[in-house]
Design a protein around this ligand. Structure first.
Ligand code: 5AD
Ligand code: SF4
Length: 468
């Protein structure tokens, strides 16, 4: 068969799979079900929307129950805990498969890009049917077809890719908001981080493709987009016609129907004055920035290969706050990086106190084999790390609590996201600064931006009331 594009080829395999699944449907007298479970970050969630889009076109009915005809785990490997979670759940899946040998179990995502993981799976988890990595996710239909036709395990991992395949099916979890990939991979090689090894080199999508996707989303009722990349601040630098991330934001802002723009993740070293000015002028870019600091100690930041100092970071925050006074700032912090002394840790506490983050994700350092930090001397003992971690968490939580009170009793625009699972007749919405508010309302409000009075700050969220 001759194909003019990769997406056309994959469309062909989708149809081939559809015919096979249809035959099984007739044989079983029911629809076939698929369960996609996603671990990790926004990127993985976005990838899963593509995988589910393909499965839907093939004819599978989606379910959250792992007693399905096909179960696909989209894995994460950023910390060891993520891997352990997968091995644990695979044990549980094997029991289900014992009772239903026709079941297909697939694994994809970041963990599959590590050779030692795939070796272990091949040796000890022989019941897995399909394994593929992050670089060839667009081949999913083709690989599934191979598996369905051959009845044998299919494994396909690529070391690298420069390819970006556009125009594959995708299904959105929310009808009113969507992630949009603007770049893939990472070139930063922070010394603790496995991402550059499992997601490959930085590749930006063409701005035209991104804008076309945003326009189509807007036409389909999406009001909020989240631009996704491992390091969005370096977007566009390697394109044939380079363009800055700030310029891209301006173009996204021009799309009618889009009312809110968010982005993830920013690296402090690449955050430009142009971006700060663009955020300050914009009517649509949300007043929120996630700016991972990782550590407050300049010497540790150097060992982490972060390329900024404690003072650089504080200066950046000062610039951001003077241009956008009500900006919500959140961050990631790692505790227990090799060689971290009490003095280094005090620097981290000091930055947290000075910046007063609205919230922070705190992580215990996890040794990832293959990264430079895994080879460093002075790995920190568990007791010391745990004690530091709890000191940090207490401080972070106390500040978050204090910060939420600042908007108490004000009225803010809120995008309503979902019916509240715990409080009856309540819905949950998000402020521009990313904070959540729960207030009385029903599902008709979902997807709308409405004014909500923030009656009471509850630490990390508010209880509010709709203002007419
Ligand atoms: N150990 C702990 N945390 C890590 N992160 C990345 N790699 C590691 C690691 N080896 C954290 C960083 C990053 C976030 C997504 O995960 O803080 O910003
Ligand atoms: Fe990992 Fe650093 Fe790249 Fe983020 S910027 S993905 S922490 S290497």
């Amino acid at each position: 068969m001759e194909f003019t594009s990769e997406s056309e080829k994959q469309q062909y395999y989708i149809e081939q799979c559809r015919a096979l699944i249809l035959a099984k449907e007739q044989q079983y007298g029911r629809k076939l079900t698929a369960c996609v479970v996603t671990f990790g970050c926004q990127m993985n969630f976005k990838d899963s929307e593509k995988l589910i889009g393909i499965l839907n076109e093939i004819g599978y009915e989606q379910t959250e129950d792992e007693h399905a005809d096909l179960v696909l785990y989209n894995t994460c490997t950023v910390r060891e805990n993520a891997n352990l979670k997968i091995y644990g759940r695979l044990g549980y899946l094997s029991k289900i498969k014992e009772k239903n040998p026709a079941m297909i179990i697939g694994l994809c995502g970041c963990m599959m890009q590590e050779a030692h993981v795939v070796d272990k799976l091949n040796k000890s988890y022989k019941f897995i049917d399909l394994i593929f990595g992050t670089h060839n996710i667009f081949l999913f239909a083709q690989l599934l077809y191979e598996r369905l036709m051959s009845g044998h395990k299919v494994e396909s991992i690529w070391e690298e890719t420069s390819e970006i395949v556009e125009e594959l099916p995708s299904v959105r979890k929310y009808h009113f908001k969507s992630g949009v990939n603007i770049m893939y991979g990472c070139n930063n090689f922070c010394s603790y981080c496995i991402v550059p090894y499992v997601r490959g080199r930085e590749r930006s999508r063409n701005p035209e493709d991104i804008i076309r996707e945003v326009e189509a989303l807007a036409a389909d009722g999406v009001v909020e987009v989240m631009l996704l990349g491992q390091n969005v601040n370096s977007y566009g630098k390697t394109l044939e016609h380079p363009i800055s991330f700030a310029r891209l934001l301006k173009r996204v802002e021009e799309v009618d129907g889009i009312e809110r723009i968010r982005f993830m993740t920013s690296h402090p070293k690449d955050l430009s004055d142009e971006l700060i000015a663009t955020m300050a002028e914009s009517k649509k870019i949300c007043k929120h920035l996630h700016l991972p600091i990782q550590s407050g100690s300049t010497s540790l930041l150097k060992k982490m290969n972060r390329k900024y100092t404690k003072e650089d970071y504080l200066l950046l925050v000062e610039k951001l706050r003077s241009a956008i006074p009500d900006i919500g700032l959140t961050t990631d912090i790692i505790v227990g990086f090799p060689g971290e002394t009490e003095e280094d840790f005090q620097d981290t506490l000091d930055v947290v106190q000075k910046v007063r983050f609205d919230s922070a994700f705190t992580f215990i350092y996890s040794k990832r084999s293959g990264t430079p930090a895994a080879e460093m001397e002075n790995q920190i003992g568990e007791d010391v790390v745990k004690e530091r971690f709890s000191r940090l968490l207490n401080l972070v939580n106390q500040i978050s609590k204090e910060k939420t009170t600042l908007l108490e009793k004000t009225t803010q625009p809120v995008l309503v996201e979902e019916v509240n699972a715990k409080l009856e007749h309540y819905v949950t919405g998000r402020l521009s600064n990313n904070c959540l508010v729960h207030f009385p309302g029903d599902k008709e409000l979902i997807g709308r931006i409405i004014q909500v009075s923030l009656k009471e700050a509850k630490g990390f969220y508010y209880i509010g009331e709709q203002v007419n």
